[in-house]
Design a protein around this ligand. Structure first.
Ligand SMILES: NC(=O)c1ccc[n+]([C@@H]2O[C@H](COP(=O)([O-])OP(=O)(O)OC[C@H]3O[C@@H](n4cnc5c(N)ncnc54)[C@H](OP(=O)(O)O)[C@@H]3O)[C@@H](O)[C@H]2O)c1
Length: 304
């Protein structure tokens, strides 16, 4: 039986996360995928997706008209833009509405920007809050995809881990659980979740695992067969570094580590996650955990 595919546009599909969202959508088989990319951006990085059936739409984001015309005919728009363009998202929402798009999925994919008290606790995510507000006011359908931390960046140099070199530095309270999800699983589960009627006007929590830094050290040691050399920095050191930073951006990583230390890195319990509630389907089985990834981990933040 022939089925109609959902048309979906991914803004920033060449990015670290975006590549995995595009891969998940293409592998799902129920989507007709268009990747929006800045005019003049290196298109060769998208060549492999074209081979797999994706279309590329180069867009001048400065022109609202150009953006609206690129979004015409799309049912769903997924924004996977990174820090450099998070502030632009209200413009994408406006354009999506003008183009007749049904649902907008903003670039969340991290801590829960709808959690009680989070705006006061974590003002550095201001562009995500502004986007959330604009989307709720727009009348478009929405899905917020909340994933916690990316596995492939969390246990790398970015957060002071050197798994291949057997050395890590952990900061603050290392007994607090936080949420970690692999980029590979985020791509597949997001594609599957957007076909679930329950994702309409909802937050979809994806949870690979909830673990503490102390658990993570044990897991990596067991998976690699090596004892890690662990350096510990106190909560007071973390607070001092944050206080000494000239602005929120300069202390962004320390703010994230403090959130973990304060127990705010946990999104939801695993049994509340969308992927746990739908685990019977093959698309929803977890592909990558800290234990399976650690033996191949890179020192640099990477998505290998
Ligand atoms: N949970 C976590 O641990 C974690 C970690 C990192 C990021 N995140 C989140 O994941 C999302 C995606 O982040 P990312 O790091 O994957 O993004 P990224 O790689 O920095 O950027 C994604 C894409 O955005 C496009 N883009 C559009 N306008 C741009 C502009 N003005 N400047 C630069 N790029 C622009 C680029 O594609 P073209 O060149 O093709 O236009 C780029 O490849 C964000 O919401 C971020 O906060 C979460």
């Amino acid at each position: 039986m022939a089925t109609t595919k959902h048309t979906v546009a991914v803004i920033g599909g060449s990015g670290m996360l975006g590549k995995h969202i595009v891969t998940g959508l293409l592998e799902n088989g129920h989507y007709d995928v268009t990747i929006l990319s800045r005019k003049g951006s290196d298109e060769s990085k998208l060549a492999a997706f074209v081979t797999k059936g994706a279309k590329i739409a180069p867009v001048d984001y400065e022109s609202q008209e150009d953006l609206v015309s690129a979004l015409k005919g799309q049912e769903i728009v997924i924004s996977t833009v990174g820090a450099a363009a998070l502030a632009e998202q209200p413009k994408y929402i406006e354009a999506a509405k003008a183009a007749g798009v049904r649902r907008f999925v903003p670039s969340e994919f991290g801590l829960d920007s709808g959690a009680p008290g989070v705006r006061e606790y974590f003002p550095a995510l201001g562009y995500k809050y502004a986007t959330r507000d604009a989307l709720l006011a727009s009348g478009l359908e929405y899905t917020f995809v909340i994933t916690g931390f990316f596995l492939e960046t969390q246990f790398t140099s970015l957060f002071f881990w050197d798994v291949p070199g057997g050395k890590v530095t952990v900061k603050g309270d290392t007994t607090q659980p936080f949420t970690v999800t692999s980029l590979v699983d985020i791509g597949r589960w997001t594609a599957a979740a957007l076909r679930d009627p329950a994702s309409k006007n909802a937050t979809v929590y994806l949870v690979g695992e909830n673990l503490t830094y102390d658990d993570a050290i044990k897991t990596v040691e067991a998976a690699t067969g090596k004892t890690l050399e662990v350096t510990r920095e106190s909560k007071a050191d973390l607070e001092a570094a944050i206080a000494a930073a000239p602005n929120l951006w300069a202390s962004f990583l320390d703010l994230l580590l403090r959130a973990i230390s304060d127990g705010r890195g946990l999104t939801v319990e695993k049994d509340k996650a969308w992927n746990s509630q739908h685990h019977h389907h093959h698309h929803h089985k977890q592909l990558r955990s800290l234990a399976t990834w650690a033996p191949t981990a890179s020192f640099q933040a990477a998505d290998a």
